[in-house]
Design a binder for this molecule. Structure first.
Ligand code: HEC
Length: 427
């Protein structure tokens, strides 16, 4: 045999040097499934994680972010209930990202890469039937805190409408923190002074100032809008208008925004009615300095309803949140527990499977607020804090989305007398 001993030595070495975990083969599929919804151009995250060149410098930061579970953002306590849109990484996915970073972030063979994801650049719900854009821009200053802006859109519908999909698109993603759309029925006193298209900071309300007729859509970073589930649709009676609530966060440069609302109407009678409501308590007072102030709200259902999703909503002092169902037989189930609430992530948790809550079920929501100086987000631990729209006020809302039969009489939704917000017309 004439084999050079040097080759014999090199052979096993070069086999060992072929990296096990590479970007194209192992990392790219995880980024596609778990990260690129936000980490791509034009989306919420500051940097795209698509190509090797873009991702390589972030290898160590990605390792840290997934080990601490800072990324992907997801706050439901594991094992308590199951959600369709759960983004939690499997241990094996974390191990892969960690190993990749530890081994120097090798690129590997581009032929082993999964085909790139194709993203829709326009409306995620498809081409809307009708688009309403803010008629006038809101000028966002370079610094400071901007009051929530309320913009009445010129939507006044002449006839009843079933809406199959709704999408809110920020005009300027760099400064729009969130947008919420509310319905206002014809003749409502709520925001009565608002002129169509002219942004107003909301004047302090009171019972006489009326209230909205409910949340109908939201934009939060990283969650693409999609049609209402299972052929359900949202009902807006004739005369309804839509009001946007916009939260702007200055980012160092003066900017201007004209956000848009797109609607797709149902072409036929929907299978069920999609309905939002909040299990809310507005009568709380959080004492100064209190680190664990608990506020609970309850409603008892007057009909069998299908639960679609859950969304805790508090502001900067929000610490944790829990939704429970107490069934008619007395048994209890935790529907969602968020042990560490993060105001920056207004996530919606989509219930897996078909979850029916029978008539007589009591829904309870408990929010814990931290008004102590140890809460780094607390704008003022000396303040006595009450319900209000501004982030320096608090809010306690367990927002739930339900699917109801189309001809459902909303006055029967709760066993207790309904609040005025629910007395609106049924189809
Ligand atoms: C829902 C949107 C969303 C998803 C999904 C998401 N990210 Fe992020 N990510 C963000 C945003 C927004 C920021 C910047 C603000 C922040 O750090 O919270 C960010 C920041 C980061 C940072 C910088 C971290 C730091 O400490 O400053 C890293 C690294 C990161 N993401 C990695 C990932 C990885 C890896 C995934 C997938 C496994 C992922 N992200 C999924 C939205 C997202």
């Amino acid at each position: 045999m004439n084999l050079c001993p040097a080759i014999l030595l090199l052979l096993p070495l070069s086999v060992a040097a072929a990296p096990k975990v590479t970007f194209h083969k192992n990392v790219a599929p995880i980024l596609q499934a778990r990260c690129q919804a936000c980490h791509r151009p034009g989306e919420a995250a500051p940097m795209p994680l698509i190509t090797y060149r873009e991702t390589r410098p972030w290898a160590k930061a990605m390792k840290a972010a997934v080990l601490t579970r800072k990324m992907p953002p997801w706050f439901a306590e594991p094992g308590v209930s199951h959600f369709k849109n759960d983004r939690t990484l499997a241990k094996q996915e974390i191990d892969t990202l960690v190993e990749w970073a530890d081994k120097g972030a090798p690129e590997g063979n581009p032929d082993e890469a999964p085909p790139p994801l194709v993203f829709t650049t326009g409306w995620s719900i498809g081409q809307p039937d009708q688009v309403f854009e803010m008629p006038q821009a809101f000028e966002v200053p370079s610094t400071g805190i901007v009051d929530y802006q309320w913009v009445l859109l010129p939507t006044r519908f002449a006839e009843d409408k079933w809406i199959r999909a709704i999408e809110l698109r920020p005009g300027n993603r760099g400064v729009v923190h969130h947008i919420a759309a509310f319905a206002r029925r014809g003749g409502s006193k709520w925001l009565a002074e608002a002129k169509p298209g002219v942004p107003v900071p909301k004047a302090p309300g009171g019972p006489e100032a009326g209230q909205s007729d409910g949340l109908i859509g939201e934009y939060v970073p990283g969650l693409p809008a999609k049609p209402f589930p299972d052929g359900s649709a949202l009902f807006l009676p004739a005369g309804s208008e839509i009001v946007l609530q916009l939260h702007y966060t200055p980012n160092g440069k003066a900017a201007s925004d004209r956000s848009k609302l797109g609607l797709i109407f149902a072409s036929e009678q929907p299978r069920s009615r999609f309905f939002y409501f909040g299990v809310t308590n507005m009568a709380f007072v959080i004492p100064p300095g209190e680190a664990n102030h608990s506020v609970t709200a309850r409603v008892t259902l007057g009909a069998d309803v299908r639960l679609i999703d859950l969304q805790p909503h508090m502001h900067l002092r929000g610490k944790s949140f829990e939704f429970r169902a107490v069934y008619p037989d007395g048994s209890q189930e935790v529907l969602l527990r968020v042990p560490r609430y993060d105001f920056n992530w207004q996530l919606t948790y989509e219930v897996a499977g078909e979850k029916i809550l029978p008539r007589g079920t009591r829904i309870e929501a408990t929010a814990i607020f931290d008004n102590s100086p140890n809460n780094p987000r607390n704008p003022n631990p000396e303040a006595e804090v009450r319900n209000g729209d501004q982030t320096t006020d608090e809010m306690m809302a367990g927002v739930m989305h339900l699917a109801l039969p189309v001809d459902f009489d909303l006055r029967k939704l709760f066993l207790r007398p309904p609040s005025p917000a629910y007395e609106r017309k049924s189809p």
